[in-house]
Design a protein around this ligand. Structure first.
Ligand code: PMP
Ligand code: GLN
Length: 386
């Protein structure tokens, strides 16, 4: 029992405010160019905005169905079929959620029982671990190493145990900007096929992939998708992270379980945004098809602008993040360096060590290039001076 009855004993005692909130606040405080928290500084498509206004004006303002509006689930089913050669059932396999964050939480809560082991790959997105902890799960983290952050499948096999319940992966990967290959899924399948292990595949950057073989989705793997929850986010795809609409695709039996959680976590996602996104997916599929080119141009411009800096830029195969090594500039640890960079140089970035359980001695920061060209140019000019 907590000593002071007014202060509840924390279920997440080690957890503070997310690094994204911290760094965005610091950026604001020092009027720094904010390349930390991942969000665009430009608007989403005009058509999408118009459709939202249309549906609000036309009375689509009451609860949506718990699983998501039919038109959106059908549009997602068709998009998935076109991209990954597998058409999920719009009624039983697709659930619209309040951003990818809710889908991740619902999937973890539905699948992980007390004492179950969950394998994830560090650096890992910050919402996984607290959800696993709240479900009583035990996280087993595999530390991936820069610059390629590839999974060592032999090491993975040594972590599997009779208690392993779930593997959480993320491709394209935030924050390393690397992507999984088809061969990674083949190796994952070989490792887990004899066990009752599920897969949670965070694919929020599925449309921001620059790799030659394109985005490798778990949904394209015939066996793995039978035990996988694939998660996506329209916030990334349509440049409107504030709308908080995402979805997950999973076989009916898995979806039924995660819907039990979703039903009492949010019940349903806001109706007019869902209808607007359904219209957008049908009317302008070129938006997501052209997204790799759209972001590749920004990435290349930013990399070019940083060519004369003392930062060493790591390869970026996906996401709208770029890793920069600052070993030539400073001995500071990455958290201190990001604070210094924000206050003294006027550019906010994200340190990588906060995504890792083990000490992460590398001098790497994450820069978000989902910004207008003028913003990227101004940031690069400052970064070239350090
Ligand atoms: N997973 C990853 C890897 C992310 O980067 C993010 C947010 N940027 C999310 C999940 C959460 O997505 P959403 O904002 O749709 O909740
Ligand atoms: N996913 C975003 C990022 O990686 C941040 C989302 C958030 O602020 N929770 O920057």
């Amino acid at each position: 029992m907590s000593q002071n009855p007014l202060i509840p004993e924390s279920k997440l005692p080690a957890l503070g405010t997310t690094i994204f909130t911290q760094m965005s606040q610091l950026a604001q405080q020092h009027q720094a160019i904010n390349l930390s928290q991942g969000f665009p500084d430009f608007d989403g498509p005009r058509y999408l905005q118009e459709r939202l206004a249309f549906h609000v004006a036309n009375g689509a303002n009451q609860y949506a169905p718990m699983t998501g509006v039919q038109a959106l689930r059908e549009a997602i089913a068709d998009k998935t079929a076109g991209l990954y050669g597998h058409k999920p059932d719009a009624n039983t396999d697709i659930t619209v959620t309040a951003g990818a964050t809710e889908a991740l939480y619902a999937a973890i809560t539905a699948l992980v029982r007390p004492g179950d082991e969950v394998i994830c790959f560090d650096p890992s997105y910050d919402s996984y671990a607290p959800a696993v902890t709240l479900s009583g799960g035990v996280l087993k983290r595999i530390a991936l190493q820069p610059p390629f952050f590839r999974v060592d499948w032999e090491e993975f096999a040594t972590l599997l145990s009779p208690r392993t319940r779930l593997v959480i992966l993320n491709t394209p990967h935030n924050p390393s900007a690397t992507v999984w290959r088809k061969s990674d899924y083949a190796a994952l399948w070989q490792a887990i096929k004899q066990h009752e292990v599920y897969v949670l595949s965070d694919e929020v950057y599925e449309h921001i992939c620059f790799a030659e073989e394109g985005h490798a989705s778990v949904l394209a793997h015939p066996q793995l998708r039978e035990r996988a929850v694939a998660v996506s986010s329209f916030g990334k795809t349509f440049h409107m992270t504030g709308w908080k609409v995402g979805y997950c695709v999973a076989p009916a039996a898995l979806s039924a379980e995660l819907r039990k959680v979703h039903q009492y976590l949010t019940f349903a996602v806001n109706t007019p945004a869902q209808l607007a996104i359904a219209d957008m997916l049908r009317a302008q599929p070129e938006h997501y098809r052209e997204l790799p080119d759209f972001y590749r141009a920004r990435r290349d411009r930013f990399v070019q602008a940083l060519a004369d800096s003392r930062f060493e830029i790591l390869p970026c195969e996906g996401t709208y993040f770029l890793l920069a090594d600052y070993s030539a500039i400073s001995d500071l640890d990455d958290v201190s360096f990001c604070q210094w960079l924000t206050k003294e140089v006027g550019v906010a970035a994200i340190p990588l060590s906060v995504f890792c359980a083990d000490p992460f001695p590398h001098k790497l920061i994450r820069l978000c290039f989902a910004k207008q060209e003028a913003t990227l140019d101004a940031a690069a000019e400052r970064l070239c001076k350090v």
